[in-house]
Ligand binder design. Structure first.
Ligand SMILES: Cc1cc2nc3c(=O)[nH]c(=O)nc-3n(C[C@H](O)[C@H](O)[C@H](O)COP(=O)(O)OP(=O)(O)OC[C@H]3O[C@@H](n4cnc5c(N)ncnc54)[C@H](O)[C@@H]3O)c2cc1C
Length: 243
């Protein structure tokens, strides 16, 4: 890698979420819930009697019969800063595979907050609010983050060029660096994630997630709502409580 490449730093303020593969539909929930009495015939019933299907899913959600929601699978490709991944990977019911900083050279793509991102925290722990901040604070964040990213990536490249192993050189890189991963989950695991990583005033138990993981969660929710509209509607109407 040349010093030239070290200067080709990219700054991003967004995240990438793509659905890579899935086996996830409302019929999977119904099939699992009815297997003891009806077995596979429930797959046809969802079209034959949508109201009954909606009623059963609402009942399962409301009474927190969670296991029928586990018979689905979604694999997402996520590209986001490392500090988002640190929060994300606390969710133990997902399966993960992340790009390696030992086996490949990490690309210089770094996170810089978008102009609308609130910068100043006020209030007490557990009851924080965030406000915009001044123009001076905004410029300070933009300039300081970019400068320290440049410096850190220069140091990384310098060590690589001197023959230092990638796994050692990467120690200077900050958590604003973008990483990528596949994350696979079922609908129940996803609902637990969404209940904690999105912010809705009308939730039964409102959560206060960090803005950047919320950007990821919102994109995942939009994809999931298309795949499992009855389940998503039931989740929403039951106060976004994971069953
Ligand atoms: C706003 C916010 C602030 C946070 N702040 C902090 C912080 O300051 N410090 C910090 O360390 N973490 C923090 N976290 C992370 C938090 O403590 C959880 O680790 C994270 O939200 C994952 O939740 P989970 O355990 O429900 O998810 P998962 O690991 O996906 O688990 C899903 C569900 O499975 C069950 N489960 C999974 N594993 C076990 C187990 N071993 N034993 C029993 N039941 C299990 C539980 O019912 C759990 O709710 C924060 C999270 C949020 C949303």
């Amino acid at each position: 890698m040349s010093q030239n490449e070290a200067t080709e730093i990219q700054f991003r303020s967004d995240v990438t979420v793509e659905l890579i593969k899935h086996a996830a539909s409302d019929a999977d929930v119904l099939w699992a819930a009815r297997v003891s009495t009806k077995g596979e015939s429930s797959l046809e019933e969802i079209q034959a009697d949508p109201e009954r299907s909606r009623g059963l899913i609402n009942f399962l959600m409301r009474d927190r019969h969670g296991t029928p929601f586990e018979h689905s699978s979604m694999t997402f490709y996520v590209r986001a800063p490392i500090f988002v991944f640190r929060e994300f990977m606390r969710h133990r019911t997902f399966s993960y595979n992340e790009e390696s900083g030992r086996y490949r050279t990490l690309e210089p793509v770094f996170y810089v907050p978008a102009p609308g991102r609130k910068l100043v925290q006020i209030g007490k722990p557990g009851k924080y609010e965030f406000v915009d901040g001044t123009e001076e604070q905004r410029s300070l964040v933009a300039e300081t983050t970019k400068e320290s990213y440049r410096q850190a990536y220069r140091a990384y490249v310098e060590m690589l060029e001197a023959g230092v192993a990638r796994e050692v050189a990467r120690t200077v890189l900050p958590v604003g660096l973008y990483s990528s991963m596949y994350a696979t989950c079922n609908a129940r695991a996803l609902m637990n994630f969404l209940s904690l990583r999105t912010r809705r005033e009308d939730s039964a138990f409102p959560s206060f997630p960090q803005h950047e993981i919320e950007m990821v969660a919102e994109k995942m929710e939009a994809i999931w709502a298309e795949l499992m509209p009855l389940t998503h509607a039931a989740f929403q109407s039951s106060g976004r409580v994971c069953p």
